[in-house]
Ligand binder design. Sequence first.
Ligand SMILES: [Zn+2]
Length: 254
Amino acid sequence: MTTTTRKSTNRLATLLLGASLLAGCTVSGIAETTAHAAGASNFLQENAAIRTITKNASGKTFVTNKLSTAVLVNKQRNLPSTYVPADLVVPNVPFSFAGSSPKKQMRGIAADALEKLFAAAKKDGIKLAAVSGYRSYATQKAIFDRNQAIKGADVANRTSALPGQSEHQTGLAMDISSASAGYALEASFGDTKEGKWLAKHAPEYGFIIRYGKGMEKLTGYSYEPWHVRYVGVYIAKEITNKHLTLEQYLAQYN
Ligand SMILES: [Zn+2]
């Protein structure tokens, strides 16, 4: 797969029912607030974990809402191996490496939000660097297999996803680091001023720290202060303010 430029992108993201409603809206007046709440509620009901899963003949579970910004992908919920988002673009933000790469990409709606997030950081004197975004099923398989060979199955399972179970395949996730952290994707990034800024401000732009500290039992993954996932401003603020995981948040609408 080749890296697409922003201009050539077909913004299919706008097809997401309810996503634009939830992303970055400003609500003024009671009527709008009511409409917003109703829209959010419908969107969340449609994306509830229990309503967005199906099993194939061999019992493997797949998500049915892979195009949704609220899609829940984890160790119990797979993306099809063939799924490639149709609206991948390269966000106009600083990266930790030069040259073109598929992993610079995100879906259009997430790329737009990432650009706003990075611009806000820059304004505050915080220099973030994007490290790794979209990852194909095949790339994820190579990463997991290598981790398993080097570190063993247990560590590989806690620190990397099986192919089909990575949020990076959704095109809605980006790993972020900073020069101060040596551009590393390590827990210590969370202690840097850049990591702290990211945790505080990511929700304002629709992102959550997907694998939070102390959430390992709920998410299945170690703390990853570098991994942000786009869910839209409304959901991101709810999840962050209530200290929930995406799993817990969506389960409320089952
Ligand atoms: Zn990640």
